[in-house]
Design a protein around this ligand. Structure first.
Ligand code: GDP
Length: 430
């Protein structure tokens, strides 16, 4: 039996929702291993729309175990709201179907406040955070001053943890011109929410290892994209956690050897939200057209996403850092009707050809893309379910992508519909 990790292999918004949904139907356990309630999946099952941002996709399907690993930062108030929302839609959520790592750090209201205050200070380039406190909660984790799920169970420990956090936060808040934290109110809020979290608290590492030994199929559901990884992304315009596949192990407590297949989700072109380097970005009609055909507007903010040609250099890099075994190539249909397509195959930096994106910010800014041109296709690929449904030029494009990124296509997606998928390799196959 195989355990599969799904990671976005670009800057997020690759279409993970559809693929994760498709895979979660085949999995027994679905685990999240990083990020917070910023994931934003919309699942449509039998015509009903479910919105998830914290809970794993498996939660809406009966008979699955959903797991929130220690790598996630958990907003308890959001958790309660998301659970209540799903319950009102008829989804059953019990401690048997949802488990939350006891060692997961909490996002507190002061984290969201800090996020928003810092982002509003326009003196430095904005990182483009979602303002939900995810970054500051990870800072506290590394600073060893988090309140974690297990701390909610014992009042003396809870007070100690809160006091430890406040030594730091009150000093920081003074510098930012904010009032000190109302300790008693924060403690009262935490005591009130505690039962809603503790109900699901479990030694997730142990449960997952038992499930693995019992031969269950585990799907590790990544959020965001590998180019937003705190170490390997376009720092500092990144998220505050590791996003790459290795995080599935450290963010849940299974060994790296327990991962059998890493599926990278890759869009047939490139998009990016907010600030940061983007060498293959388009500022012309082609970029406009990609954005319109691909509906590249943020689901929550409505913000227009930046669009560009497929960047094979970046995807080859993320496939390497995540050890991707196969990709799911999505939104191929968005490329329908372009006379000519371009693929970024390298960068030029001060007269030298590079086959990777350098780390130094000034070098990244000076990298100009080297494009290869390919003929487009006029036929529609929308809804194609087999290779035979694709025009020869589309197949050539896919084959060239595989060659350039040094990784095979396992799945090909040709519309938002679940069934409009061409399966080449089943990641869960033995
Ligand atoms: P995520 O952030 O990676 O989870 O991306 P989403 O799941 O939000 O996907 C972005 C959008 O692309 C959603 O509206 C999907 O319905 C849509 N989508 C996914 N796959 C395809 C595809 O193959 N073709 C088209 N046209 N749209 C797709």
């Amino acid at each position: 039996m195989a355990n599969v990790v799904v990671v976005g292999a670009q800057w997020g918004d690759e279409g993970k929702g559809k693929i994760v949904d498709w895979l979660s139907e085949r999995a027994d356990v679905i685990a999240r291993f990083q990020g917070g309630h910023n994931a934003g999946h919309t699942l449509v099952i039998d015509g009903e729309v479910f919105k998830l941002s914290l809970l794993p996709s498996g939660i809406v399907r009966g008979g699955k175990l959903s797991v929130i690993g220690n790598g996630v930062v958990l907003d308890p108030w959001h958790l309660k709201k998301e659970i209540e929302g799903l319950r009102s839609q008829g989804v059953t959520i019990t401690p048997e179907t949802l488990m939350i790592a006891e060692n997961a750090p909490l996002i507190l209201p002061i984290h969201g406040e800090l996020d928003r205050v810092r982002e509003a200070q326009a003196s430095v380039a904005k990182i483009g955070t979602t303002g939900r406190g995810i970054g500051p909660a990870y800072e506290d984790k590394v600073g060893r001053r988090s309140v974690r799920v297990a701390d909610l169970a014992d009042d003396a420990t809870l007070e100690l943890r809160v006091d430890r956090a406040l030594v730091h936060h009150d000093a920081l808040r003074r510098g930012l011109g904010l009032e000190p934290v109302d300790r008693d109110a924060l403690l009262a809020d935490l005591r009130a929410i505690a039962p809603s979290v503790l109900e699901y608290a479990a030694p997730v590492w142990k449960v997952l290892n038992e499930q693995r030994r019992a031969g269950k199929r585990i799907l590790f559901e990544g959020a965001q994209g590998a180019l937003l990884d705190i170490d390997f992304g376009t720092y500092p315009f990144v998220t505050s956690s590791n996003v790459i596949a290795g995080q599935a192990a450290t963010g849940t407590g299974i060994g790296p050897g327990s991962i059998d297949f890493v599926l990278g989700i890759v869009k047939a072109y490139t998009t990016r939200v907010g600030e940061g380097p983007f060498p293959a970005e388009l500022h012309d009609d082609d970029g406009q057209r990609l954005g319109e055909r691909g509906h590249e507007f943020g689901t929550v903010t409505g913000r227009k996403r930046r669009c560009g040609w497929f960047d094979a250099v970046l995807v080859r890099q993320t496939c390497a850092t995540s050890g991707v075994n196969g990709i799911a190539l999505t939104k191929l249909d968005v490329l329908d009707g372009f006379e000519t397509l371009k693929i970024c195959v390298g960068y030029e930096l001060d007269g030298t050809r590079l086959d990777y994106l350098p780390i130094a910010a000034d070098q990244q800014a000076r990298c100009t893309p080297v494009f290869e041109e390919m003929p487009g296709w006029s036929q529609s690929t929308e809804g194609a379910r087999s290779w035979a449904d694709l025009p020869a030029e589309a197949i050539k494009y896919v084959r060239r992508v595989e060659e350039l990124i040094d990784c095979p296509v396992a799945l090909l997606s040709t519309s938002p519909e679940r069934e409009d998928t061409i399966l080449v390799t089943d990641p869960f196959a033995d």
